[in-house]
Design a protein around this ligand. Structure first.
Ligand SMILES: Cc1ncc(COP(=O)(O)O)c(C=O)c1O
Length: 383
């Protein structure tokens, strides 16, 4: 293939070359890379469930009972009773009629969006939506209109101008934004979708397990389960395992089973993963203190960083410390790594030019003394 060397050379020159760094273990909020153990601020294991004994036990039992793989796609012989048990518990958690499990959040978004929308339709999506949402829109062939991040006035202006030209229209946003840690005004968004006769889809990848009385997500927290048409989320972050789901009406789920290519043409998730997901959802009921403590810890770190004069954004367990340019982001990340903290710089194209940042991802296992030590050690301004 032409251009590969030039591509890599260009990224290296700009200091943007991505590399893999294998860990030899991860446990209790720590990660071992090379021969050093770090406090890990880069995982999405928000509730610390990935090593919870109940998830591991459930996965082991399923391995023994069903074997290592599911052997086929759901529509062939890969469909197990536990896939349905998981879908029933997701539908209940999300207060929706029905749910469908997908092999990953990426596969869910590209499949769901390209099934519900096509050429001649329009999708209005927040400018900061995840790459999997953008790829789903591109795959669908629908017209895309991106509104400024969380700027519902901008969305409404676009809708006033464009809505009448399209029959089917879908608005898409995230409920906790992955790089900014903030949330949209969901109530206002629901009012707009009703006013303009659009459907509304939300991605709860970073909210599932953490928000709402039952840990269902921001939609539950805002009491909007009925009003939001499509609630998508993942099992690979707070729920500590892998895979994704969509909760919506039974009619729409039956349509996806017949139409959605990323669901139809892929081997079903293995039984051990499904069993771990079921165990994780049970733990939301059994151990609600995990989400309470997580949010308290996040507040402690956020407030502390603000007091030190940093530009800290968002309102969740994801804490972006925006330094602006690449060099100061990398310098601060290197400084923290030297001190034993694993927190990675996020740079363009993941975020806009001039918006480089360190993304602190607080998890249940980060106790008060760890966070206070970090706040003591981090310099007042970029080093
Ligand atoms: C908002 C959002 N949606 C979807 C995904 C994709 O999920 P998965 O990692 O399960 O493919 C991610 C992953 O980072 C995400 O942050």
């Amino acid at each position: 293939m032409e251009g590969i060397k030039e591509f890599l050379h260009d990224r290296t020159g700009k200091g943007l070359l991505r590399i893999l760094r294998p860990a030899s273990y991860r446990k209790s909020g720590k990660i071992c890379i090379g021969d050093r153990e770090y406090i890990d601020f880069s995982s999405n294991d928000y509730l610390g469930l990935s090593r919870h004994p109940k998830l591991i036990e459930a996965a082991k039992d399923a391995l023994t009972k069903y074997g290592a793989g599911s052997s086929a796609s759901r529509l062939l012989s890969g469909d197990l009773d536990i896939h349905h048990e998981l879908e029933d518990s997701i539908a209940r958690l999300k207060s929706k009629e029905s749910a469908l499990v997908f092999n990953s959040g990426y596969q869910a978004n590209i499949g769901i969006i390209s099934s519900f929308c096509g050429v001649g339709d329009a999708i209005f999506c927040d400018r900061f939506c995840h790459a999997s949402i953008i790829d789903g829109i591109i795959l669908s062939g629908a017209r895309i209109f991106r509104f400024r991040h969380n700027d519902l006035g901008h969305l409404e202006n676009i809708l006033k101008k464009e809505r009448s030209r399209f029959k089917n229209t879908l608005i898409i946003t995230e409920t906790i934004f992955s790089m900014d840690g903030d949330r949209p005004n969901l109530k206002a968004l629901v009012a707009i979708k009703s006013r303009y006769g659009c459907s509304l889809m939300v991605d709860e990848a970073h909210a599932t397990g953490i928000y709402g009385l039952n840990g269902s997500g921001v939609v539950e927290d805002e009491g909007l389960s009925k009003e939001v048409d499509y609630i998508m989320g993942t099992f690979g972050k707070a729920l500590g395992s892998f895979g994704a789901y969509l909760a919506c009406s039974e009619l729409d789920i039956n349509y996806l089973i017949n139409k959605c290519r990323s669901f139809i043409y892929s081997t079903a998730l293995p039984p051990a993963v499904i069993a771990a997901n079921i165990a994780a959802i049970k733990l939301l009921r059994e151990e609600p203190h995990r989400r309470t403590q997580l949010l308290e810890s996040a507040k402690l770190l956020r407030d502390g960083l603000k007091l030190k004069g940093f530009d800290v954004r968002g309102c969740s367990q994801i804490i972006p410390l925006v330094t602006g340019d690449n060099d100061s982001t990398i310098t601060l990340a290197d400084f923290l790594r030297d001190k034993g903290y694993w927190v990675l710089p996020i740079r363009p194209p993941t975020v806009s030019e001039g918006e480089s940042r360190l993304r602190f991802s607080v998890i249940f296992d980060h106790d008060r003394s760890t966070l206070e030590r970090l706040l003591d050690e981090i310099p007042n301004t970029a080093v």
